[in-house]
Design a protein around this ligand. Structure first.
Ligand code: ADP
Ligand code: MG
Length: 250
């Protein structure tokens, strides 16, 4: 039913191509959902190349990773690290290497368990459509494909759509790094992008140097500024909550 938000939602944040802004999106939208009063678990699925902990400034605190939970060495409630400044925002970090306990079934079970105590579970994917991608998609309810306007990123986004369509009913596109001055003139190219990627749009995020600066400081963007990409992340969080926010309000 339109406007009705399910009790708990798991979302895979993916792209195909690397460097399109998945981790920034997961940290940015995750912190906004938490700031709006929801319990959010951000799971770093980028094994070996994790960086969501840096983005959220939780590197020193997030000691246990998702393999510790899967292998039974640690309970999810202990491994999930809460952000000191945003109540309700939690990180479950990635290991440096996979182990045998990591199967699609086990990750799916973890996601289902996480949904019992979190309103949102955001799975931050590695680049590509390999094993890490498949693991991150286990038991998710919906998907977000983060792309920029580059033709190569859009083509990879389209491949991701093909891979996910049989599994997911709700799959939406986020156009990242759009030049702010162009956002209001972009109807045509955004329409083209949606056609190329074959997806409806969840949001448009402007190019904003604050995204990189805030990540380098390990400060969620919403705590550092109320402009630019921070507003875009907040509007996307509101849309995920079923609220109506005009799409081209950045
Ligand atoms: P991914 O997780 O898809 O590999 P990241 O989120 O790590 O991508 O982003 C890659 C780089 O792009 C980072 O340096 C990040 O700070 C930068 N970036 C992401 N989104 C934006 C944006 N909207 N404006 C400016 N820089 C961005
Ligand atoms: Mg990443």
């Amino acid at each position: 039913m339109k406007g009705v938000v399910p009790m708990s939602t798991s979302i895979v944040v993916t792209s195909g191509k690397g460097g399109t802004g998945k981790t920034s999106f997961t940290g940015g939208v995750g912190s906004c959902l938490a700031a709006l009063g929801h319990r959010v678990l951000c799971v770093d699925m980028d094994v070996g190349l994790r960086n969501l902990d840096i983005n959220l400034g939780l590197t020193d605190k997030a000691v246990m990773d998702f393999t510790d939970v899967l292998a039974g060495r640690c309970d999810l409630s202990l491994a999930a690290t809460e952000h000191p400044d945003i109540q309700g925002l939690y990180l479950l970090t990635a290991p440096m290497a996979l182990e045998d306990s990591v199967t699609e079934e086990a990750v799916g079970q973890l996601v289902r368990q996480a949904k019992e105590s979190f309103d949102f579970v955001l799975m931050d994917c590695p680049a590509g459509l390999g094993e890490g991608f498949r693991l991150a998609c286990a038991a998710v309810d919906r998907g977000v494909v983060v792309s920029n306007t580059d033709p190569s990123a859009l083509r990879d986004a389209q491949r991701t759509v093909v891979a996910l369509t049989p599994q997911l009913e709700t799959l939406q596109l986020v156009m990242n790094r759009v030049q702010p001055k162009l956002i209001r003139k972009l109807h045509t190219s955004i329409d083209d992008a949606m056609n190329t990627a074959g997806l409806p749009l969840l949001g448009v995020i402007p190019e904003d140097p604050q995204v990189t600066l805030a990540a380098a400081q390990g400060r969620p963007l919403i705590l550092t500024t109320g402009k630019g990409a921070a507003i875009a992340y907040l509007n996307i969080a509101k849309r995920l909550l079923g609220r109506q926010v005009p799409l081209l309000m950045s």
